[in-house]
Design a protein around this ligand. Structure first.
Ligand code: URA
Length: 178
């Protein structure tokens, strides 16, 4: 199930420029789930191409992972006004699209609190679950879920950045090496 380009499933449709669809490798067994498109993403229609996307890509590359190796998506496909967090109602409205995107993956990395909220119902501190590996069920398929920090939280925080680096190292060594 994919959103229509004119989707009106939640109030985010009112201020968006366009629906931002997943990017990267549609056949990958690995998916990264961010929060929501920001300004650059809303203009260009591609997820994670702004400042946090550049940091994400740099950290992935350092671990030997290319953007084109994984599927990159968000909890909601439309930019929330002023880059506020998406609400639970907005994430719920977009969830069928996210489930469809994730249903054929083996491992899903949740980048930040919104992804953890919508995918595992987690409302606590990221520090308590970062880089744990949790089994979740998406549309009848068991998937490994790895929670980690959102790259935007890593721009000025070296501890978070180190954890995100560790996430990428885990991904590469346990799930992407043959
Ligand atoms: N860009 C995205 O596509 N998602 C985020 O969560 C942040 C920036």
């Amino acid at each position: 199930m994919i959103p229509d380009k004119d989707c009106t499933g939640c109030p985010l449709c009112e201020a968006r420029t366009q629906v931002v669809m997943p990017d990267g490798n549609r056949n990958s067994t690995v998916a990264l789930v961010g929060e929501a498109p920001g300004e650059r993403e809303d203009i260009t229609g591609r997820p994670f191409i702004g400042r946090s996307g550049k940091l994400l890509e740099k950290i992935m590359n350092e671990a030997g992972i290319e953007r084109s190796d994984v599927l990159i998506t968000n909890t909601v496909k439309c930019r929330p006004p002023n880059n506020r967090d998406p609400t639970k109602e907005e994430m719920d409205a977009c969830r069928p699209f996210l489930e469809y995107e994730l249903s054929s993956r083996k491992v899903v990395v949740g980048l930040g609190r919104s992804a953890c909220r919508t995918l595992v119902g987690y409302e606590g501190k990221m520090a308590d679950i970062v880089n744990t590996e949790i089994k979740i069920n998406i549309g009848g398929t068991e998937i490994t879920f790895i929670p980690t920090y959102h790259p935007a939280a890593c721009i000025y925080n070296n501890n978070s950045k180190a954890e995100l680096r560790r996430t990428m190292a885990i991904l590469k060594s346990r799930y992407m090496e043959r």
